[in-house]
Ligand binder design. Sequence first.
Ligand SMILES: [Zn+2]
Length: 318
Amino acid sequence: MNCPVCKQGSMQPTKELCKDYISEKFFKLLRCNKCSCAKTDFKEEDFQNDFYGPVYYNSSKGKFIPLIEKIFQWNHKRNAKNIYHNFKPKNVLEVGCGRAYLLKELANLGIEVSCLESATAADWILNNKDVTVATLSDSDEKEWPFPVQCFDLIVYWHVFEHIDDPILSLEQATKTLKNGKTLCISVPNISSIQARIKPTAWFHLDVPRHLYHFSKNGLVELLTKQGYRIEKVVAGDAIQNLYGWFQTLANLFTPNHPNTLYRFLQGGDPLRTVSKLSLVIQLVTSVIWVPAGILGYLVESITGMHGNITIYAVKTRI
Ligand SMILES: [Zn+2]
């Protein structure tokens, strides 16, 4: 198939099988021979399964144990302050808002916030009253419920890779973003060093929830073709980049049971249903993956081949 991202290369199936740590099903990737972006090779009937569910969302209180949730909240508070400082937006749209930590912080800073969520995700996450959320069913994916050119900033924070047609979503975002204003996309980077170590063990691959896997060059090319000027490409969230190293290296020790450490940090149902032996192995081998992961993180920081990247792009034409 033709690559939907760069529209120049062709997507070929890769040899390796990637295991979903929740459903325990295996998936192949289709990878572009030009821009290196990849797509999870899924069939229509795969969508009948719920690949999110209780192990993914954990509970209505949060995805993680309280300490980790606090760290996430603190991190989003920092992100919100940076957004306020750099862009001074009057209004912000976040596409896919998770637990809405970022939007709540932006709202506290006096910014008008909106969120767009899929109807399925909304069932899980819309238990807060602080944020107005527009839900999007499959039928109205082609037409977002917002006026043309109405937002000062649109954010996709680890969401773009979950969308089954990210190109269509980007076209809609471009329509609703004001001219000269910024689009911010943060995604895992499949051309990063941590992804290249062993793609099937890479924590941020997260098949089949991640339907697309973007390379830095592929995403830059896509945005440029859609009429954006790339302002900057920076390292994504530091915690996610460092954790990406830790979990990817730990997964090398338990290839049949990936992400057990992650489930340990989630607590609740994810921890109760995890393989205890693989958890012990991942914890014991921390003497190896902690120092190796810190070293990898430093190398990524120096080379700019980060596990997650954030792109800021300015809309230059309608
Ligand atoms: Zn491509």
